[in-house]
Write a protein that binds this ligand. Structure first.
Ligand code: THG
Length: 257
């Protein structure tokens, strides 16, 4: 599993406050804690900001890059904000995200190639999120052809089926497993599949339980990456255990004992 730490996101009230106060120390602390907890990359999102989101993104990326050298997942629905973030990043980057929209494709594809970034492709278009699996599969095929046709290696593409909160989309959550089954038949080797895991449990009481149960179930349908809270120890232990049960990692004696 490729794990992207979700905590540096203005959606979190503590991060929102740190952004307002330009509290770089708080952001760096979150970066270091997530890396210590075992994530492979850090998601960086300004969240819903008043004012200039590009400036906030630049500050966040600059702050994190000056303190740690983890891969950064530059997260914004606005291509211009992503561009601003990529400009400040020093190492490995992931663009989060591109949907099937002429503006997104025109702006983000050249950026991904220029920065040698990986690219998260949302299975939605300008028209919104398709309501059925077929609609999402069509978008996956079209985006895959466009991205690979531009010269990018398919291993750098991550399909994101768009995980919705179970509180109002129980059926979509269930269907995401079937969608993943179909996605992994699309190419050989199977494509990367990612979700924003905490979306699932918004407005639910037992968030960690929902997140880790879904995560291990989805892993058995081809999920191999997630944006999640790596400080959730039970979740991280579940992920490691599922990796062994799925024969993706050799178990060390230390695991059994
Ligand atoms: N796909 C991709 N990128 C994404 C998402 C996705 N990026 C953002 C998001 N979804 C994943 N990250 C989060 C981060 C936080 C929460 C959910 C998803 C979250 N936050 C608390 C809440 O809203 O309840 C904040 C609580 C607080 O203020 O402390 O749930 O799907 N490609």
């Amino acid at each position: 599993m490729y794990i992207i730490g979700e905590r540096i996101n203005g959606m979190y009230s503590d991060v929102k406050e740190a952004i307002q106060n330009k509290d770089g120390e708080f952001i760096v602390k979150l970066a270091k804690e997530q890396i210590a907890a075992g994530c492979d990359a850090l998601d960086i999102s300004a969240g819903p900001v008043k004012g200039n989101a590009s400036d906030v993104m630049k500050w966040l990326v600059e702050t994190v890059s000056s303190a740690v050298d983890a891969a950064l997942c530059i997260d914004s629905p606005h291509p211009d904000v992503i561009k601003a973030g990529l400009g400040e990043a020093k190492g490995t980057t992931i663009i989060n995200s591109m949907k099937k929209s002429p503006e997104h494709i025109e702006k983000l594809l050249p950026l991904a190639l220029e920065h040698n970034s990986s690219l998260i492709c949302l299975l939605m278009s300008d028209a919104g999120i398709p309501h059925d699996i077929n609609g999402k599969m069509e978008i996956a095929v079209e985006l895959f052809e466009t991205v690979v046709g531009s010269g990018m290696d398919s291993s750098k593409i991550f399909f994101d089926p768009i995980l919705l909160p179970i509180s109002n989309a129980q059926k979509d959550v269930f269907e995401s497993f079937e969608l993943m089954d179909q996605l992994r038949m699309l190419t050989s080797p199977a494509p990367n599949i990612i979700v924003g895991l905490s979306n699932l449990s918004q407005k639910a009481k037992y968030r960690s339980l929902l997140n880790r149960t879904y995560c291990t179930m989805a892993m058995s349908h081809g999920l191999n990456a997630a944006i999640l809270d790596p400080m959730d120890e039970k979740l991280m232990h579940s992920v490691k255990t599922a990796e062994i049960l799925l024969n993706e990692k050799l178990y060390a004696k230390s695991y059994l004992t």
